[in-house]
Design a protein around this ligand. Sequence first.
Ligand SMILES: Cc1cc2nc3c(=O)[nH]c(=O)nc-3n(C[C@H](O)[C@H](O)[C@H](O)COP(=O)(O)OP(=O)(O)OC[C@H]3O[C@@H](n4cnc5c(N)ncnc54)[C@H](O)[C@@H]3O)c2cc1C
Length: 391
Amino acid sequence: MDFILPPELDRWQRRVRQFVQEELQPHDAEVEATARVPEAALAGLRRLGLFGTHTPAAYGGLGLSMLGSCLAVEEIAKAHVAFYYLCGVNVHIGSKPLELAGSEALKRRWLPELASGRMIAAFALTEPEAGSDAARLGTTARRDGAGHYVLNGRKTYITNAPQAGVLTVFATVDPTLGARGITSFLVEAGTPGLTVGRPIEMAAGRGSSHAEVVLEDCRVPAGNRLGEEGTGFALAMRCLDAGRTHWGAYCVGAAQRLLDLAVARASARETFGRALREHQGIEWMLADMAAAIHATRLVAYEAAWRYDCGDGSAATLAAARSKLLGADMVHRIADQTLQIFGGAGYSKDEPIERIWRETRVVRILDGTSEMMRRIVARELFREADRRNARL
Ligand SMILES: Cc1cc2nc3c(=O)[nH]c(=O)nc-3n(C[C@H](O)[C@H](O)[C@H](O)COP(=O)(O)OP(=O)(O)OC[C@H]3O[C@@H](n4cnc5c(N)ncnc54)[C@H](O)[C@@H]3O)c2cc1C
């Protein structure tokens, strides 16, 4: 086992790190104040290919491994979360349904647009009455002759819906079939019957958008179906594996940024005649933070590696484990960093309170931490049952 990154990935991560420091972080305060991502930052994200890190090169992406993609995400996470909501979410749940299940014609038409960042995609699974229990979604897809489906329903919390050029909409062709009735469709913005509804203001993430999506007799060509009827739920879960693997890496990057800020503050600030970091209570807190980030980084890289190995169930488990541990870890690190900063950490003069709010969401989106525990426990029990059966 080798814990050293291959030179090309190491170079890639350094390049993204430099870009984030020079071209994204300087805009953090502006994004928070204005709730807008400046065009210059967007242009930089596009220039580096960060809208298509994991999209195959044949469709205009960088074609990186999942590890390479996660290394970029780890760096993007050191800037305002609005940047990640735009490019990162586009890379995984935005583009993945099309990449994994779209027809060749659909992939050729849309993936280059998405990978270049000229267009953004959204993933519309959650509904007001179906979040964690997504298999119970109520949006319906009715066949309208041979050539079309008609979609009706309402989605909520859909990231990037207002800007999206295309949306993957999950709907059921037969509610009595449960998960086996769920089917996914690529719906173009502007299709009659598709409207972006109420924008939803979140606790954090100014500059990003999340909204309701309403489908009222929305006619979609049958050629826009992604995969066969009834395969949409499995497709959603495969896309979420990629999303969770990326969010695990996001947690590591955001936590590292916090630790760097905490160390700088504890070195510069004096209390009781000594640097803060010379007080053992603070020194130990910093050491625990560094150790936790290191452990979680290894788990995140392992999840990326498992994804690259292509073993579906091992990748699902590793992604859930990484997101579960990362979400808890980063929120704890944010809280500890805020504590080390004292009043300054709680004030809006410093970025700490913003990152503290931003990182809270990882325990909720792309599957809550309780759902991640269900996946981890499912594997735990399967293994125990296999062992018992052998006895
Ligand atoms: C900022 C943000 C962006 C999002 N972006 C998208 C997006 O782009 N596309 C999309 O489709 N969705 C998106 N979502 C929705 C997100 O995926 C859901 O919020 C999430 O899956 C949880 O669903 P819910 O909010 O309906 O909570 P519920 O399902 O109502 O759950 C409420 C609480 O109960 C817990 N719970 C539920 N069932 C159980 C159980 N069996 N055992 C133990 N605990 C349980 C949950 O873990 C949670 O803590 C986004 C959400 C947020 C906040």
